[in-house]
Design a protein around this ligand. Structure first.
Ligand code: PLP
Ligand code: COI
Length: 340
């Protein structure tokens, strides 16, 4: 008898599930979808994915509603973004239809791991693609493997929907100015590890990166985008060096639906002074409210959540998004795909 899963106390971590799905691009075409029970891959020791970082991934979630049905959130957007990442690294883009078929298949196969409604947990879906051709010269591979696995998860930040503090450290960059920041490339995360660990050691939940060229504008927040409420507007950085977050895009739509103006533009660091709410946003982070932002270079502390609580707009946006994801609020924008 397997140990029962404590759905309400899940953290954001890996837990084995029953199956993963795989597909390989070889001889100029994608092959059949394979279903695997093994959590391992066998690959060539000279694969470009290992040596030259031809590796990209995605992250999306499935939710169980009160009606018991399983809903995948904004599947098409993740399919499109994976294609953009592939083009950025000269990898073979996964056809959107193949992506969708594989996501729905892997969720269905692992349906018993989709957390029950009311637990606040969800099934995290992790597609990953990498070059598998043996190559020693620095060249794109001709062959690629695409795999999707799933794992049930709880909140990404330990504080959940309670504010946590983040910091600015100018000595670290996660991406270059005209680099790979707009794609979901594994190397970006490797480049962020040192700063992330340092921030955690200092008691911060994440690093708020500045633009890598001038260090003047806000970029994004470790593994999430950043937004703040300033002058009553949903204000979020527009930058070529950040990942176009699907959660952020969704919040912008929900803000407009609520009659809140959206201001996506370069934001200077000192504008944090006027922020009355702020949050990190992403699939894993959902909306993680920010309490205080400490600029470790200047010593300046921007206290955002003055009463230590999430602000009203962040809370409303969070509830609206979660409501749509779990099926409690009408899917008025067509963001949900049911797993039949
Ligand atoms: N920025 C980075 C660097 C991320 O890793 C993520 C996570 O996917 C996001 C932003 C948020 O993007 P999304 O809302 O599409 O999950
Ligand atoms: C996500 O939010 O899906 C992410 O990929 C963030 C992180 C776990 C890398």
């Amino acid at each position: 008898m397997e140990k029962e899963i404590d759905w309400k106390n899940l953290s954001f971590g890996y837990m084995p599930t029953d199956y993963n799905v795989r597909c390989t691009y070889r001889d100029g075409k994608w092959g059949e979808i394979e279903v695997s029970q093994s959590p391992y891959v066998e690959m060539h020791i000279a694969a470009t994915g290992l040596h030259y970082g031809q590796e990209i991934f995605e992250g999306l979630k499935a939710f169980r509603g009160k009606d018991g049905k399983v809903r995948v959130f904004r599947l098409d957007e993740n399919a499109k973004r994976l294609r953009e990442s592939a083009k950025g690294l000269l990898m073979e883009p996964v056809p959107e239809e193949l992506f969708k078929e594989m996501v729905l298949k892997v969720v269905k196969l692992n349906e018993r791991f989709v957390p029950p409604y009311g637990t606040g947990a969800s099934l995290y879906i992790r597609p990953v693609e990498f070059g598998i051709s043996a190559q020693v010269g620095v060249k794109p591979a001709k062959e690629y493997t695409f795999i999707i696995f799933v794992t049930p998860v709880g909140p990404y930040f330990k504080t959940g929907f309670n504010p946590s503090n983040i910091c600015i450290m100018r000595q670290y960059d996660r991406v270059a100015p005209q680099g790979t920041g707009r794609w979901k490339v594994g190397g970006n995360y490797a480049a962020s590890l040192e700063a992330g660990e340092k921030a955690h050691e200092l008691g911060y939940s994440a690093v708020l990166y500045l633009d890598p060229k001038e260090k003047k504008y806000l970029d994004e927040c470790g593994p999430a985008n950043f937004f703040m409420i300033k002058d009553g507007k949903y204000t979020t950085p527009a930058s070529d060096s950040i990942l176009p977050s699907i959660t952020n895009k969704s919040f912008q739509q929900l803000a407009r639906d609520m009659g809140i103006e959206v201001d996506a533009r370069h934001i200077t660091v000192d504008e944090l002074e006027d922020a009355v709410e702020a949050a990190a946003c992403g699939t894993a982070a959902v909306a993680s409210p920010v309490g205080e932002i400490d600029d470790l270079d200047t010593g300046k502390k921007y206290v955002i959540a003055k009463d230590g609580k999430p602000g009203p707009i962040t809370t409303a946006l969070y509830n609206e998004l979660r409501g749509i994801q779990y099926g409690d609020i009408e899917d008025r924008h067509g963001w949900i795909t049911f797993v039949e």
